[in-house]
Design a protein around this ligand. Structure first.
Ligand SMILES: [Zn+2]
Length: 411
């Protein structure tokens, strides 16, 4: 056993000792003898499902006393269910370190604009930690708020010579479209910008290439969730490396029954080694991923992780299985890439709504055959020329929130 393996075994033991302090795991593991269980026997322990977490409630997986809690986070899925997590101050520091694994390599000279939402969601706070740990400064330009509409964010980036910007991939597509609408080219307009960091949405290689082209800088992706913090970060060579000092990642059959072949797609099961507030054991998070060993030129040793989307977004046509990743890659290899799009599942194929400011360059026949050729299903398309997918008038509105005036003086 190498020193590295011994360290992971020690962390796993420590996790098993801590995790039973939470009501959920106290009950879940009550019939298991945890003494002497090593990582190679982790499969004898039960999975934790999203349903388990929901049933246990917000406090169900809390494994520390309230006096140790520094922050609570919660994300809401499309169907309204919550995912929650608790962070101690130490956990926030650990989360920041996980993002520092990213190939962007922040320095004290950097000024990082954070466009992740600052309400409830986790990434803004971890990015902030990563910046501070690197000595960099931040500009909190939260998304999803009336305080920082798109034109203002562009203005901040230019005026403050922001060097790194971080947010959801969609935000950088919308910011680029806003820039175009107000007459500037993002790849030329922000000379200080050197990189973009994204997280929180599915982002395949084609989408990454698109955002890199829009902005003229490298884009680094990160993979994580509210419940686990950041599991993998992208290096200079575009590989997402698992942060193995903090996570044990399994790739299982869709029903969770057993492992898939190395490198094949399957359901992720995440065990958190380091998280103290709300640690998780074999958390079956309903994401489709693949993992394989990576001998990467960057020198990082963490396994290579690819994220293919959520299992509930998986569409089957007979034997043809399409993940969010497959559909996204097909769409983002169109020329021009749409500014906005939507794929609708039909009885025996897919219907695409596509919107581009440059849609004159599309031929309907060519777009249809490109998509059906990539996806191996019948495709119908509709080129959208109104605001159904993207309201460009809203995008350029410079509408800051109005501050209430409590005392009005005579002028
Ligand atoms: Zn690498």
């Amino acid at each position: 056993m190498t020193e590295y393996d011994r360290e992971r075994e020690r962390k796993f033991k420590d996790l098993l000792a801590r995790i039973v302090k939470s009501p959920l795991y106290k009950e879940k593991l009550s019939n298991y003898n945890l003494n002497g269980i090593g990582l190679n026997q982790i499969r004898t322990l039960p999975l934790t499902t999203k349903k388990d977490l929901r049933k246990a409630g917000a406090f169900g997986h809390l494994a520390v006393e309230m006096k140790e809690v520094a922050q609570y986070h919660e994300s809401t899925g499309t169907t309204g269910e919550h995912s929650s997590s608790w962070f101690t101050l130490q956990d926030l520091g650990t989360g920041g370190r996980q993002l520092k694994e990213c190939g962007v390599r922040l320095t004290p000279e950097d000024l990082v604009l954070i466009r992740f939402p600052y309400a409830m969601a986790l990434p803004a706070f971890l990015m902030q930690q990563a910046a501070w740990q690197s000595g960099a400064g931040i500009v909190p330009a939260s998304g999803r708020t009336v305080v920082t509409p798109y034109p203002r964010v562009l203005q901040l980036m230019e005026r403050l010579h922001v060097t790194v910007a971080a947010g959801l991939p969609r935000e950088f597509e919308l910011l680029a479209e806003t820039a175009r609408l107000i007459g500037s080219t993002p790849s030329k307009y922000f000379p200080a910008l050197r990189a973009i960091c994204v997280a929180g949405e599915l982002m395949g290689d084609k989408r990454r290439e698109h955002i890199q082209k829009l902005w003229g800088v490298p884009v680094y992706n990160m993979y994580g969730s509210t419940e686990t913090a950041n599991i993998a970060a992208m290096c200079e060579y575009g590989i997402m490396h698992i942060v193995e000092q903090d996570f044990f990642v399994e790739v299982l059959q869709e029903d969770g029954s057993g492992p898939v072949e190395q490198g094949k797609r399957g359901g992720a099961a995440i065990t958190t080694f380091s998280h103290r507030g709300s640690p998780l054991l074999r958390y079956f998070n309903e994401d489709i991923i693949s993992v394989e060993p990576a001998l990467c030129a960057c020198g990082r040793t963490g396994g290579k992780l690819v994220h293919y989307g959520r299992s509930k977004d998986r569409i089957r046509f007979g034997d043809n299985v399409l993940d969010g990743f497959d559909i996204q890659e097909a769409v983002y290899s169109l020329s021009p890439v749409p500014d906005a799009w939507k794929a609708l599942e039909q009885e025996n194929g897919l219907h695409f709504l596509l919107d581009s400011h440059d849609s004159g360059k599309w031929s309907e026949d060519a777009v249809r055959s490109h998509l059906s050729g990539k996806l191996h299903v019948p495709v119908t398309i509709e080129i959208v020329n109104d605001s159904r997918l993207l309201d460009r008038v809203e995008l350029v509105k410079y509408v800051p929130s109005t501050k209430p005036v409590y005392i009005q003086k005579l002028t």
